[in-house]
Design a protein around this ligand. Sequence first.
Ligand code: GTP
Ligand code: MG
Length: 247
Amino acid sequence: MHWRYLKSWVELLWYKVASFFLFQKELSIAVIGLQNSGKTTFVRLLSGQPFEGDTVPTLGVQMDQFALGNNSIKVYDLAGQTRFQPLWERCFDKADLIVYMIDLSDVAALEESFAKLIRVIQMTNDDKIPLLIIGNKTDVIPDPPMSREYLTKYLPETLLNDYNYETIEKCKLEKTNLHQLKNVEVLSKQLGLDLRNHVLHIPLQCEDSAWGVPTEPLPLDRDVAIFTVSCKTGGFIQDVIDWIVQI
Ligand SMILES: Nc1nc2c(ncn2[C@@H]2O[C@H](COP(=O)(O)OP(=O)(O)OP(=O)(O)O)[C@@H](O)[C@H]2O)c(=O)[nH]1
Ligand SMILES: [Mg+2]
């Protein structure tokens, strides 16, 4: 046997023994979302590697295992290309947490990304798998000129705690108003996710709802969190990590 293979076997064995004694819990995470949304970049950050501007699109699924705080994390980094999307659901039964990445700066892909997320929520809701929704690439979205209204209304990028879903406006998203999505409350409204009342309002255009007929809100009996982040600048990544390790 080549010494390099022997070395990786020894490392794996050492990791398994160390995890048995050192780690409080083992967490399997499935990271999904459309291509180019930043899934592999996010996994790299989780494992302590720096931001990489030039990444290679993932093919199929890439598995990685590392320590995060006192936890041993096993990550399934899934490919976002359409041809690989059927693989996503094969990882759901192994996952203790599903992370869904959205590229907030890609206005052309937002509708597809939102629709696929809603499908994932419907598919995994009975199993109550915790769900972490990450709006990524906030650094690419230009801010409008600073105003008092902007500062008070659009700045919160942290996890929702107490908010009033009904009073948030839903708008047609365009390049010029994308900055609103940096606010997790606005993002939750666009997705139809009322986290305060734990329900999903399924939009009419989604494939599983009859066209033109409002569907009943879907009760969410699971942990759901939404963050908006920048994997490039590291903005709010630590908040995401803190949330993951507490589940
Ligand atoms: N500006 C900016 N670029 C980012 C950010 N996150 C990721 N990227 C870039 O986006 C591109 C795609 O990132 P990946 O992590 O490979 O995307 P992915 O979701 O894994 O893509 P697939 O594997 O094809 O599904 C890369 O060029 C990254 O450097 C971010 O927060 N800001
Ligand atoms: Mg990838």
